[in-house]
Design a protein around this ligand. Structure first.
Ligand SMILES: *Cc1c(COP(=O)(O)O)cnc(C)c1O
Length: 228
């Protein structure tokens, strides 16, 4: 069995190779370790290897892990589906929320971000393949959502996030991710808007090719997820 350290090295090599092929500096691509359903010990072990950005999908699980890693300088990202009644906890406990899929959620996060904390970084989630099973703005709704969220107090609108269809071929995934890149590039006038969050264990090379700046990787780092 490969250790976490081996996985981490292999993953960084994959990212470097993909960046080289795309003529992109690896410094422009940030790795977010998706630790959902994995133990706090694994988070601590990866932290000890230098990883600082971690993402979680389930609020309660995330809050418990945060409580057990208070002494570590982790940047916490929320990437799961957002329930309206959970926005306060998100606003109080996270550095990033990637999965904003309704204006109302952004408004609530803005109102609930505690004064004195740095702005909460948010991405608008886009349902790029128009899948029933996925949340996210339709691509054509994104320009309006961008306008309505860019000036909200307490928030920093950083970019767009997508999870392309798991059943798509690599060609289809690339086409979807290039649509994301085009959409991202069409939105202008917000200095903080610099993030394209896409690419997971199985498709990160394609994502890098399409201009991803943040990769959300779970399985390739931590191995298969235990069942909850
Ligand atoms: C679980 C998850 C990931 C990580 O997926 P892997 O296939 O384990 O790399 C990335 N993004 C989101 C939104 C997820 O829910």
């Amino acid at each position: 069995m490969l250790t976490l350290e081996d996985n981490f090295k292999k993953l960084r090599t994959r990212i470097e190779n993909a960046c080289n092929s795309a003529s992109i500096s690896p410094n422009n691509v940030q790795l977010i370790a998706v630790s959902k359903r994995h133990s706090v010990d694994k988070i601590k072990a990866l932290y000890a290897l230098g990883q600082r950005h971690f993402a979680e999908n389930y609020l309660q699980e995330a809050l418990e892990k945060q409580a057990q890693t208070r002494d570590l300088a982790i940047h916490w990202h929320f990437i799961g589906h957002i329930q309206k009644n959970k926005t306060r906890a998100l606003a109080e406990h996270f550095d990033w929320v990637h999965s904003v899929d309704r204006i109302q959620l952004a408004t609530r996060l803005s109102e609930q971000r505690p004064v004195g904390m740095p702005a909460l970084n948010i991405c608008l989630q886009v349902n790029i393949d128009n899948e029933e099973s996925k949340s996210g703005f339709a691509a054509e709704q994104v320009p309006d959502a961008f306008e309505q969220t860019k000036g909200l107090a307490g928030l920093s609108l950083r970019g767009l996030m997508a999870i392309p269809s798991a059943s798509a071929t690599p060609q289809q995934q690339l086409a979807s991710m290039l649509k994301m890149q085009t959409l991202f590039n069409s939105l202008n006038g917000v200095a903080s808007f610099d993030t394209l969050s896409m690419g997971m264990s199985r498709d990160l090379e394609i994502a890098i090719q399409a201009g991803a700046t943040m990769l959300r990787v779970g399985e390739a780092l931590f191995g298969p997820r235990p069942n909850s």
